[in-house]
Design a binder for this molecule. Sequence first.
Ligand code: ATP
Ligand code: MG
Length: 502
Amino acid sequence: MIIGIDLGTTFSLVGYVNRAGTPVLCPHLDNSENFQTASVVHVGERGCLVGDLVEQLLDEEAGLAICRFAKLSMGTDKTVFTDHQGRDYSAEAISSLVLRKLKADAESACQEAVTGAVITVPAHFNEAERRATVNAGRLADLPVLGVVEEPVAAATYFGLDAKHGEKTIFVFDIGGGTLDATVLQATPDGLYVLATEGAKNIGGKNFDEVIMGIVEDQYRSQHRVGISDDNEAMQKLRTFATRAKIELSEPGRGVISKPLILAGRQIRVTFNRAQFEEAAEPWLEASELICEKALKAAGMGWDDIDDLVLTGGSSLLPCVERKVREMSGLPKTRVRRQQPHASVAYGAAILAEQMHGDKQVAAPPLRQLVTGNELGVRVFDPQAKKAVFHALIEKNVPVPATARETLYTRSKEQKTVSIEVLQRKDEYEVAENLGKFTFGPIAEPEKNYPVEVELGYDAAGRVTIKAKDGRAGAVIEQVFDGDEEVALSDEYYRLQELVVKS
Ligand SMILES: Nc1ncnc2c1ncn2[C@@H]1O[C@H](COP(=O)(O)OP(=O)(O)OP(=O)(O)O)[C@@H](O)[C@H]1O
Ligand SMILES: [Mg+2]
């Protein structure tokens, strides 16, 4: 069985296409009503716990050591969690525990072994983040057949009920920690992505933190002390804030007024929707900028958009929906919210089956993706006398895409050339190093010896690199692949010892 997984910042889901060709979601192993797994993990004396069990325990034990939001650290070597034995976990390792839970749910739902999975990632994820997602699968003994972009998965699902004819669709996907704004063309022939923009750190986590800030201010003014250093109090406050945010987004709910005990002191938290929305405004404005950039990159204006589709849990916030309506100026009939929690997972299931399975699905095929990041190399700028990022492939160009560039050695002593490959979201962001590879030794080195570099994105949006000796013509290929490393790593064996409970 092939599955599609939405590995979310706050919630993860798994689905597959059934024999009738319909995408379905898999419920929890022990709860057939629940299809969402909280992306939260605890490893401690009680073992390795994933999902709702952790949330329930947190209600009783606010100081429980947990890891949330691992997705926001994917592709970094940051330690996101340390367990009771002092062992450190990367975001990949934590995500692998969530994936193991989802795999078990899928196998229990279908009574069949999972043979492969497609995992979704935000469209703006760079190669390091995509690679980390694949590695998380490997650490979970889950064969990852590919990664697909979340807004593309959502649009594929929306395409299920699309009428014939051409439509330009704008997908605004705002989840727990990430935002993607994507412009697509849906045609009878399939889906074409025209442009995509996005950001980490715009999502439900930020809206929770807006409420946490309001409560912290009230706490400080009543008790003359802060709580930001108190991990237990902050964890309890986050749970309170998330629940308050969801309550406040219910129709007719304008005020939150509740008692709360933090660090042994009680306060009455009181605030209204207007206060929340005012404090959330910077995030809404940041979202608007991202939408404008996506439209501009597609060479379009709001008038060109036939359908604006809101998805992701945070699109349920009235202020998010209002902002999107206001910025677009589109009539109600052209703006809709669709399956905010599940569209990505349904789409992932469809794409997994379309690309790797043998069942017929009545969804439009994916015809074109675009690059989510600029891709380039670091070169020495003699004028500035420093190494600078030199873009070879721009953002928002159709994939596959390749670019060639000849680099030259700087002295006759230089026997090798090291090439640093980088990706960059835009000119305002620091380029991120994807890796370095060394070409050489050059048999007869001399100043200005040519090395031809070919960088590219394959049809799935993954980075490829080749380098060629400019004179001898020999090719060296660099594969961004941690295959053996992951399979043999200590981390892999250590994770295998954990029994995931949910
Ligand atoms: N009714 C609601 N009102 C406001 N926010 C909500 C509501 N329901 C869920 N959310 C928020 O939506 C977020 C979860 O959405 P979703 O499941 O789409 O995110 P995710 O897939 O985990 O994250 P991402 O896509 O960023 O990786 C959480 O922050 C949650 O608090
Ligand atoms: Mg999501």
